[in-house]
Design a protein around this ligand. Sequence first.
Ligand SMILES: Nc1ncnc2c1ncn2[C@@H]1O[C@H](COP(=O)(O)OP(=O)(O)OP(=O)(O)O)[C@@H](O)[C@H]1O
Ligand SMILES: [Mg+2]
Length: 324
Amino acid sequence: MTCPEYAIVAEGLTRTYGPFIPGSAGKVAVDGISFKVRKGEIYGILGPNGAGKTTTIKMLSTMLTPTSGLAEVLGMDVRDGKNIRALRKRINVVSGGERGLYYRLSGRQNLEFFADLYGIPKKDQKALIESLLSLVELIEAADIKVENYSRGMKQRIHIARSLINSPEILFLDEPTIGLDPEISRGIRSLIKKLSDGGTTVILTTHYMFEAEELCDNMVILSRGRIVGKGTVDDIKSSISRVSSLKIITEEDPSDVTASLCRENLDAVTSRLLNERYLTKITLNNADRAFTAIEDLFRPYAISSVGVEEPTLEDAYLTLVNEGL
Ligand SMILES: Nc1ncnc2c1ncn2[C@@H]1O[C@H](COP(=O)(O)OP(=O)(O)OP(=O)(O)O)[C@@H](O)[C@H]1O
Ligand SMILES: [Mg+2]
């Protein structure tokens, strides 16, 4: 199954937890998911709480054995114990929460510790650590104990720690959770920089704008299954609601709105403060009859017409709710 252009190939990947009580059913956290991640892309794994994102990341990063299915990471089967050491040298993970660093040590000492762990020769460590501290903008705070870092600084030193082995694939599980907008933006630009440098990034996030800004491709999970897959545009166009039309008229078009509703179009008119009327019509793929609809409203003195495409959040919510 070796596919050199793919960093990850998952086929029917499944993980069941338990059963913890003998005789009861286990919990299927990831249920037969299949997707491929190209080398160098930023790939998003989205989904509500409990959808199986972290479990997927844990399986792909060799922290958890799949119950069934295939997962090939950098051409190596994650289920084969013989590959685990080799794979761990070539990947790294930043998981949510604040574990994985020594808080009594400074940022620089943490990086030195992990550099030793990865067997990086002492003579190469100084330059590597300086370049990582500079990348995450922690040069000035390098000698302060991590316990005194702010949350944003801790997350940046976590990222620096994860880059110590120059990973070909970096798994980021909710990297901006709980961070303020400015720090989050800095982390997003760092992720872009890493991707531009050729690192494959697997990213989970609950923030749709983050996925929209960063991800080349993504899967949306709901209860362990894939309910959406592809680029942001693929996902937006996979839902039937393609757009909504907003028409502002000088006169009340309620009789037209009522007739559209009788034809099963979702149309609502409301009165605006300045004596005008706003009608919102939700259109499905099959109903892109914009011009015909505009003609119906023309007698009511149209002052503006606008089309609103669905956002990634609209598509996400539709797909997740359909998957329930
Ligand atoms: N160690 C475990 N033992 C038993 N069940 C678990 C374990 N870890 C996760 N689960 C269950 O598996 C399902 C998927 O969990 P997972 O942590 O992968 O979801 P997630 O998408 O990462 O959620 P979140 O957005 O909250 O981080 C959940 O129902 C969860 O309760
Ligand atoms: Mg999670």
